[in-house]
Design a binder for this molecule. Structure first.
Ligand code: NAD
Length: 253
């Protein structure tokens, strides 16, 4: 029996089969979960195509996490596919190109990054909550926001806000039996990562610095951690950040 047997999961962020969320969905199905995906706008068709590469092609529900109407109607639209939810994966990040220049980034750039990449965790959690009647697990993906990284700039600030948001969500959803945790993944060559100008500078030395080594072409270690956190195997853990980075976060030089 898989560790997600009988669980019903909402998984955001499947864009390509390189997406971390794609590998979470794949492993989750292999571990016994029923999965519903989200996508939005022009990417709906791409997600629908990529979904066919999963062991059991799941339905794709529209959700732009910055669109309040999408959020308000999400629970009702999901009931076409599931009567409740045991878990939600937030695998969403977006910042305009201007946000990757710290001193030049405008408030408009920063506000967009904050809305899509940080506030969205609270927005998605509240939208899914009506279906989480038996408690459950919400898991998100961060890039360790303790440091000022090369090129990450306002996206790094948005990730710091995202990490803080996860702790407040943990505080307010804990009494309803909902855990909220993050996986801090090392660099992985996904569409989002490749849209960061100078991603190479950020990712370049990772494998040398990681005591366990690091393969940026392999999203599976990060996906496995998400699946573990979505399972019942972390029943007393919330507000936590699990690093899946080959150990880089624990090293000095
Ligand atoms: P990806 O490009 O495959 O996924 C990003 C997803 O965000 C896409 O599916 C996109 O459609 C979705 N998205 C963007 N704006 C949205 C919106 N307004 N509403 C709904 N969905 C929206 O890239 P990924 O690397 O798999 O990213 C997933 C998560 O992992 C992000 O939070 C990212 O910051 C995080 N992360 C990535 C890395 C990395 O190096 N790739 C490292 C650490 C953390």
């Amino acid at each position: 029996m898989g560790i997600l047997e009988g669980k019903k999961l909402l998984i955001t962020g499947v864009l390509m089969d390189s997406s971390i969320a794609f590998h979470v969905a794949k492993l989750a199905q292999e571990e016994g979960a029923q999965v519903v995906l989200t996508s939005f706008g022009r990417t709906m068709k791409i997600t629908q195509t990529i979904a066919k590469r999963l062991p059991s092609p799941p339905p794709v529900v529209e959700l732009d996490v910055t669109d309040q109407e999408h959020l308000d109607s999400l629970a009702e639209r999901l009931t076409e596919h599931v009567d409740s939810l045991d878990g939600v994966l937030h695998s969403i990040g977006f910042a305009p190109q201007g946000a990757f220049n710290f001193l030049e980034g405008t408030w408009e750039d920063v506000a967009t990054a904050m809305h899509a990449s940080a506030y969205s965790l609270k927005a998605l959690s509240v939208a899914a909550l009506p279906l989480m009647t038996h408690g459950g697990s919400i898991v998100g993906l961060t890039f360790d926001a303790k440091y000022a990284w090369p090129v990450y700039d306002w996206m790094g600030v948005a990730k710091a806000a995202f990490e803080s948001t996860s702790r407040y969500c943990a505080r307010d959803l804990g009494p309803r039996g909902v855990r909220v945790n993050l996986v801090a993944a090392g660099p992985i060559g996904t569409t989002a990562a490749k849209s960061i100008p100078g991603f190479e500078t950020l990712a370049g030395s990772w494998s040398e610095r990681a005591p366990l080594g690091w393969d940026r072409a392999d999203p599976v270690p990060s996906a496995k951690a998400c699946v573990a956190l979505l399972s019942d195997w972390f029943p007393a853990t919330t507000g936590e950040i699990v690093h899946v980075d080959g150990g880089v976060h624990a090293m000095g030089l």
